[in-house]
Design a protein around this ligand. Structure first.
Ligand SMILES: C[S@@+](CC[C@H](N)C(=O)[O-])C[C@H]1O[C@@H](n2cnc3c(N)ncnc32)[C@H](O)[C@@H]1O
Length: 232
């Protein structure tokens, strides 16, 4: 299990989250897992050359058990007043919602992120949203730093298009990750991301003075993570 220690409060573990035991329970878990949307014959990775690095996908038929394991892992690794932000597409949403309930979480909000650049379609509508699920362990004790007076559950946030830059699959915009972190944690809190990808959660935790542990199965992403964190 390889570790990349950034400083005393920020580290990345390259491993399957299911093999990782974290010593301190988290105040917040931010999880943006693979969506299991069936990239055929591609159990290990798919590659959107030339601009994407590899990404470990989950086979569609394995998705219900994968998401159950992930959400139970999150529940077990959160403090009693902890929160989970979970990003999901629509295809497997039913499995995700069932797993949240089965694990014992209380679903506080079901936010929608509307983004631009959905993939063009001819015979169906273009998908241009993700689901941002905010779940807590204790419905009467959790952190909620309301971002504005009238805080709505539909978020219009642009995603950057890094033409020619080698990115990991599906990097989230900083604005979105920062909004989740600020809403559901305080300065000094421990944030854990079990599917770290390119390091967006780590980057925003460093900027927002939260401690962070990131877990990523694909060690090929180390280069991208280092690039992303290097200006900080
Ligand atoms: C949607 S991406 C995360 C993107 C990330 N939020 C970002 O902004 O870059 C999902 C990540 O989960 C990783 N992953 C898949 N299975 C995993 C597992 N069992 N344990 C840890 N990471 C896993 C994939 O390799 C991929 O990098």
């Amino acid at each position: 299990m390889k570790e990349l220690r950034i400083d005393d409060h920020h580290k990345i573990i390259f491993a399957d989250f299911r093999e990782v035991i974290i010593e301190e329970k988290a105040d917040l878990i931010f999880a943006d897992p693979p969506f299991g949307i069936g990239f055929d014959a591609n159990m290990q990775t798919y590659n959107r050359k030339p601009d994407a690095l590899s990404y470990v996908e989950i086979r569609k038929d394995n998705y219900p058990s994968f998401i159950n394991e992930l959400i139970r892992w999150c529940y077990n690794n959160l403090k009693g007043n902890g929160s989970l932000w979970l990003v999901s597409g629509w295809n497997n949403l039913r499995h995700v919602l069932n797993a949240i309930e089965d694990a014992g979480f209380y679903l506080l909000n079901h936010c929608i992120w509307h983004y631009q650049f959905g993939v063009f379609t001819k015979k169906r509508f273009v998908t241009s949203h993700y689901h941002l699920l905010l779940a807590v362990k204790n419905a009467s004790n959790y952190v909620f730093n309301k971002p504005e007076h009238y805080a709505e559950d539909v978020w219009y946030i642009k995603r950057s298009y890094n033409r020619g830059v080698k990115t990991a699959g599906n990097e989230l915009p900083d604005e979105l990750v920062a909004k989740c972190i600020k809403t559901s944690s305080n300065v000094g809190d421990l944030v854990v991301d079990p599917c770290l990808g390119s390091g967006s959660t780590m980057k925003n935790c460093i900027l927002l003075k939260r401690r962070c542990i990131g877990i990523e199965i694909n060690s090929l992403l180390e280069e991208r993570i280092r690039t992303k964190l290097s200006p900080l």
